[in-house]
Design a protein around this ligand. Structure first.
Ligand code: NAP
Ligand code: ZN
Ligand code: ZN
Length: 345
């Protein structure tokens, strides 16, 4: 076992506290990573505050991990000591089921094993990236090319892939009108990626507060989601990706889709998403949802980002600022991802 420093939460209403955790001995296929940066995803907050159900405290969140390999098991072939690497939302899966074999480990028939708050194959509870190091099976360790700095790469491991996957699946590219609903951590990656893919990109946001950032992120249009603004946009978009962390009116956004248009949901509201039949049937629309992406697609996304100069727009914080950062994310006061500097753990 190797000790690591971590920041843990002991109850939903508590504050993060510095603690020491044990990382397992390296198995033959394990990689130990010295963590450099860990992003704060809204899912960390949903989980920590038990908005998604019961948590196994102490909780060490963090599934946007970037760092450097410091040791490898005897049989590791895909990573070497000194490599720049990342870990996202999963650290294991059965690797045998139809979905795993298809490279879609996030949909493992037995359930993927999350980077934190999950029971690993050895029976231990997984602890995430708010820590100085982590041990992960090599299959779930991604390579980060030299062209992209580790701090702006960290959020790609969740926010990046969560947006890349539906954008690719639903045909984002030149000639396509794509709207991103909600401009936060996921949303800003969606804008950057869709623009890099060549689409005409619109940001749909609750207020005009973030309008000045739209151009810097690569958006072509910015629309405030008020009825007066949306009325003229009926039947406009080929794809809307909903990243909002609270409930939205699905029918409002379905009505903005043109023929064969898709409303792809990645934001996870605790409330149900509902629609009557007609707004969906009109224009042959599709209502879809997805969770992160498989390991192969995640590597493809990181390579795409390195090739196109796409990184996250970040605010780097120290470990002592995690509680404050959580409150700011909930208040939508983040431009656009908090990343914790692991040297401050
Ligand atoms: P975030 O940074 O907080 O961004 C969410 C954005 O949604 C906000 O910036 C805001 O945009 C909008 N919003 C927030 N509260 C709202 C409300 N009450 N009404 C309307 N709009 C609201 O969060 P994130 O890290 O991007 O995560 C977004 C959601 O995706 C979370 O629910 C998270 O758990 C989920 N998620 C899902 C996956 C997946 O695999 N499907 C992966 C990662 C995260 P504006 O200010 O522009 O309106
Ligand atoms: Zn996440
Ligand atoms: Zn599986």
């Amino acid at each position: 076992m190797t000790s690591a420093i971590a920041y843990a939460l002991h109850q939903a209403s508590g504050r993060f506290e510095k603690t020491t955790i044990e990382r397992r001995e390296l198995g033959p296929n394990d990689v130990r990573i010295a963590i450099a940066f860990a992003g704060i995803c809204h899912s960390d907050i949903h989980t920590a505050r038990e908005e998604w159900g019961t948590v196994r405290y102490p909780l060490v969140p963090g599934h946007e991990i970037a760092g450097v390999v410091e040791a490898i098991g005897d049989a590791v072939t895909t990573h070497a000591v000194g490599d720049r690497v990342g870990v996202g939302c999963m650290v294991n899966s059965c690797r045998e089921c139809e979905n795993c074999l298809a490279g879609e480990e996030q949909y493992c028939a037995k359930g993927n094993i999350g980077t934190y708050n999950a029971v690993d194959l050895d029976g231990t509870v997984t602890m995430g990236g708010y820590s100085t190091s982590v041990v992960v099976n090599e299959h779930f360790v991604l390579s980060i090319p030299e062209g992209i700095a580790l701090d702006v790469a960290a959020p790609l491991l969740c926010a990046g892939i969560t947006m890349y996957s539906p954008l690719m699946r639903w045909g984002t590219g030149p000639g396509k009108k794509v709207a991103i609903l909600g401009l936060g951590g996921l949303g800003h990656m969606g804008v950057k990626l869709a623009a890099a893919m060549g689409a005409e990109v619109t940001i749909l946001s609750r207020t005009a507060a973030k309008e000045a950032d739209a151009t810097a992120l690569g958006a072509h249009h910015f629309v405030v989601t008020e009825p007066s603004q949306l009325r003229s946009l009926r039947s406009t978009y080929d794809l809307i990706v909903n990243t909002v962390s609270a409930s939205v009116n699905a029918e409002t956004y379905l009505s903005l889709l043109r023929f064969n248009g898709v409303l792809a949901n990645v934001g996870v509201s605790p409330e149900p998403l509902s629609t009557r039949f007609s707004p969906l049937a009109q224009n042959n629309r599709v209502l879809a949802a997805s969770g992160i992406g498989g390991i192969r697609e995640t590597q493809e996304m990181i390579n795409f980002c390195a090739a196109h100069g796409v990184g996250s727009m970040i605010e780097t914080i120290a470990a002592s600022q995690i509680d404050e950062a959580y409150d700011r994310v909930v208040a939508s006061d983040v431009r656009y991802r908090f990343v914790i500097d692991a040297s401050t753990f």
